[in-house]
Design a protein. Structure first.
Length: 180
């Protein structure tokens, strides 16, 4: 999909040199994979990656995955269901496309906005990836929205805190893209 956007940039009326990737949850994982694969293949990477409560490591155990196993709307049973639906098994969970958080060389990745949620079994993965990117000298804006749950960006109509957090994300994304 990313390459299609680049290939059709003229028809879309966009600058192919200013395209970012973004995603929530597993979409955040896909966005990270796109960035890593582009670098691995020697191709131009997106100008930025915006990862909202991303799932980045299918092998992850412990941390928030344990403490938030019963969290709503995403708990351990839902994590197992989504892994099954995504074809992730014990045999392939460490594949770089299933677990981009395991990538040992993150140098040269595009700037990142990574937002995690306090009541989310994926929080530890996002926090760890943000730290790993920073260790690789990648520009990272990272924040944990400590009072919110996974998928909070779709809850703004019923939660003032979720709405305010989503507005912060929009401002952070605009700032990141303005500097890209």
């Amino acid at each position: 999909a990313y390459q299609w956007v680049i290939d059709h940039a003229d028809g879309l009326g966009i600058d192919p040199a200013r395209v970012a990737v973004a995603g929530t949850s597993q979409g955040g994982k896909i966005s990270a994979v796109v960035c890593q694969e582009r670098r691995r293949e020697g191709l131009a990477a997106p100008v930025a990656q915006i990862l909202l409560y991303p799932g980045l490591d299918a092998t992850w155990q412990g941390g928030s995955r344990d403490t938030m196993a019963e969290a709503w709307p995403l708990g351990e049973l839902m994590l197992q269901f989504f892994a099954l639906m995504g074809g992730i098994t014990d045999d392939n969970a460490d594949d770089r496309r299933a677990s981009p958080g395991l990538e040992p060389n993150l140098a040269g990745q595009p700037p990142a906005l990574i937002i995690t949620a306090g009541f989310d079994p994926l929080r530890s993965q996002g926090d760890a990836y943000a730290a790993a990117l920073k260790d690789a000298d990648v520009t990272v804006v990272h924040r944990c929205e400590g009072e919110l749950t996974h998928s909070f960006t779709v809850m703004g109509g019923v939660s003032k805190a979720a709405q305010e957090a989503t507005e912060r994300i929009a401002r952070d994304a605009a700032a990141l893209l303005a500097n890209a």
